[in-house]
Ligand binder design. Structure first.
Ligand code: PBG
Length: 354
């Protein structure tokens, strides 16, 4: 019990201000919470939450080419990787004990169009990467993103008519995109598009093709956030995006609506739900986990990563400590796992500490 206290503490008498600090009178305290914090061993004993490599999912950006790495300017330390190097990253993830990768493609601009047809190409970058990684590291989980933005000429997650994103027409395409990924070996299908009804439609589509073991990780409460900026550099949609995504992604001012989004996705068949971004949305994460108790992931998004890296590079904060603190805070708020660009670095740091 933390509150109300079992006994009302007696009011302290004011210490005489004439005495020096060394001669200060002892406070008559029954509870001194600092006792449990007096040394590392006891701090470890009373620790309520832990971060382990088993909590980390590593988002990896893909590009064409061989032995090719392309730095993402707004995300220091993050590079787009050609498929052969993504396989190397997968091997590294497995060695570090990271359970899964999440794949995001930089689609050649010449392949982007109004219908996002490249999303349905069985030989697209993501599908080829899935096959290559699966054949080399079969026990690593692979998460693929279902949304049309890396494939559309306008950078939106759906099919656009005039200025409108068409919901049902988009869902029709998303189901095909999900099946394309499942056939390539994706273990978890992760719709990040925020169309209504897509989880149910994707579940039905997968089941009809005997992919009943393929999981759905729904970006259930995904906000229209400025913190996605660096990601859009990485997948090349900042250059093309017309307008904003507020007609499908959530208003940062809302939280009850997030619970409705999550409830619907669970009913439609989501195995895991996600809240995104991470740190600015801890209250949402907490409410979702409290209310539904289903596996709940958080996405520490590109802008959150960029902020920590930029401040660390300027010497304003200790980057390594800020990284671990931000991740344990997400755990404390209720995340079962976290998508984070820090995944390999955090895993290495956790291994050092162990
Ligand atoms: C696109 C998608 C986005 C992210 C994941 N999938 C960006 C967006 O919605 O514009 C953001 C991830 C990040 O910022 O790290 N469907």
């Amino acid at each position: 019990m933390t509150w109300p206290l079992p006994q009302r503490p007696k009011r302290q008498t004011a210490p005489k201000q004439t005495a020096s600090a060394g001669a200060a009178p002892k406070l008559d305290l029954t509870q001194r919470l600092r006792r449990n914090r007096k040394a590392d061993w006891t701090r470890r004993l009373v620790c309520e939450n832990t971060l382990s490599t088993a909590d980390l999912i590593w988002p990896v950006f893909l590009c064409e080419g061989e032995n090719t790495r392309q730095p993402v300017a707004s995300m220091p330390g993050v590079e787009r990787l050609s498929i052969d190097l993504s396989v190397r990253a997968a091997v590294e993830a497995a060695e570090l004990g990271i359970p899964a990768l999440a794949l995001f493609p930089f689609t050649d601009p010449g392949l982007r169009n109004e219908q996002a047809s490249e999303a349905l190409n069985p030989q697209n970058l993501v599908c080829r990467a899935c096959r290559a990684i699966k054949s080399e590291v079969p026990n690593l989980g692979l998460i693929t993103d279902v949304a049309l933005d890396p494939y559309t000429s306008h950078g939106h997650d759906g099919i656009l008519r005039g200025e409108k994103i068409l919901n049902d027409e988009t869902v029709f395409v998303l189901v095909k995109q999900a099946l394309n990924q499942a056939r390539a070996g994706a273990d978890i299908i992760a719709p990040s598009d925020m169309m209504d009804g897509r989880v149910g439609a994707i579940r039905a589509g997968l089941d009809a093709e005997n992919f009943e073991d393929v999981q759905i990780l729904s970006y259930a409460a995904k906000y229209a956030s400025a913190f996605y900026g660096p990601f859009r550099d990485a997948v090349g949609t900042n250059a093309t995006l017309i307008g904003d995504k507020r007609s499908y992604q959530m208003d940062p001012a809302n939280s009850n609506e997030a619970l409705r989004e999550v409830a619907l996705d669970i009913v439609e068949g989501a195995d895991i739900v996600m809240v995104k971004p991470g740190l600015p949305y801890l209250d949402i994460l907490f409410r979702v986990k409290e209310r539904f108790g289903v596996p709940t992931f958080a996405y520490q998004v590109s802008g959150e990563y960029a902020m920590i890296m930029a401040a660390a590079e300027l010497g304003f904060i200790d980057g390594g400590n800020a990284m671990l603190e931000s991740l344990i805070c997400l755990k404390r708020a209720g995340a079962d796992a976290i998508l984070t660009y820090f995944a390999p670095r955090a895993a290495r740091k956790l291994r050092e500490k162990a």
